[in-house]
Design a protein around this ligand. Structure first.
Ligand SMILES: [Zn+2]
Length: 273
């Protein structure tokens, strides 16, 4: 078979073997000489002779002799996958996915040392429509976007692995957080930016107090002339220019990213680490 080994790719050899084994029982005879065995091979592939068979394999492969195509019919379901580096997941995403891996009732997330594999669940009504059950409310908006994009790209498996090259299409959700003052620990869960954010704030309304000193504000608060209200205002890590007197973020209040306009509640903009 040395001639064949030199003339065919390993994939072609595999395929030929699979055909020859089938041919053996019907046509092949080990006592036959080389010319007859070659004729036998030619017959198995419906070629006029062995040289024609070789010629066909060279010119039409791998289309004609493709074990992948032959094998595909053996698998009822093919799941296309896409891969991204784990930095495109936030630290809280990583913790959540590990917890889902550990949950015996959740078989859609698998964790390994270098990353995670997510199986996208398929919509019962229409498999071509993204299944909203894939959107775990605890996952970041950035992770949700990746899952939606992966599905739209035809994937039904999403791999996150630290060995995969970083993507320029998605933010690095694990870059060091520079906020250490007003916005300590805050990061947009959608675009990964660190501020500014428009945050629901509790305090005296700056519109009605811009002409007052801190002492006057305190006095009017005490007399009831001024009241504490809630309003949206823009915050940077070093403060806000639109507040007067003491202010606090509303704990379960609204928050919006100035960069990408993503909206959510304050807690969703806070990194776990
Ligand atoms: Zn943003």
């Amino acid at each position: 078979m040395s001639t064949i080994t030199e003339s065919f790719t390993p994939e072609q050899i595999l395929f030929i073997e699979s055909r020859v084994f089938d041919t053996l029982s019907q046509h092949f005879d080990y006592t036959l000489g080389t010319p007859k065995r070659r004729a036998c091979l030619a017959k198995a592939f419906e070629a006029s002779n062995f040289d024609a068979l070789l010629q066909r394999a060279k010119t039409t492969s791998p289309k004609m002799i493709n074990p992948g195509a032959a094998l595909a019919s053996a698998f009822p379901e093919m799941r296309k996958s896409v891969g991204l580096n784990t930095v495109h997941l936030s630290a809280s995403d990583m913790i959540l996915l590990q917890a889902r891996h550990d949950d015996e009732d959740d078989n859609l997330v698998m964790a390994r040392e270098t990353g995670f594999t997510l199986i996208l669940s398929i919509n019962d009504d229409d498999p071509l429509v993204f299944d909203e059950r894939n959107l775990d409310v605890h996952l970041s908006a950035a992770a949700h976007q990746i899952l939606r994009d992966a599905f739209a790209a035809g994937a039904r498996l999403v791999e996150f692995d630290q060995e995969i090259e970083l993507s320029e299409y998605y933010p690095d959700m694990q870059a060091d957080n520079p906020n250490d003052n007003c916005l300590k620990g805050m990061r947009c869960p959608s675009c990964g930016e660190f501020g500014a954010f428009s945050i629901e704030t509790e305090g005296v309304d700056p519109e009605s107090t811009f002409a007052l000193s801190q002492g006057q504000i305190q006095a009017q608060l005490a007399s009831g002339e001024l009241a504490i209200t809630r309003y949206m205002t823009t915050w940077f890590d070093d403060g806000s220019q639109e507040t007067a007197g003491d202010t606090d973020f509303v704990a379960d209040g609204a928050c919006q990213c100035v960069h990408c306009q993503h909206e959510g509640v304050l807690a969703q903009f806070v990194d776990v680490v």
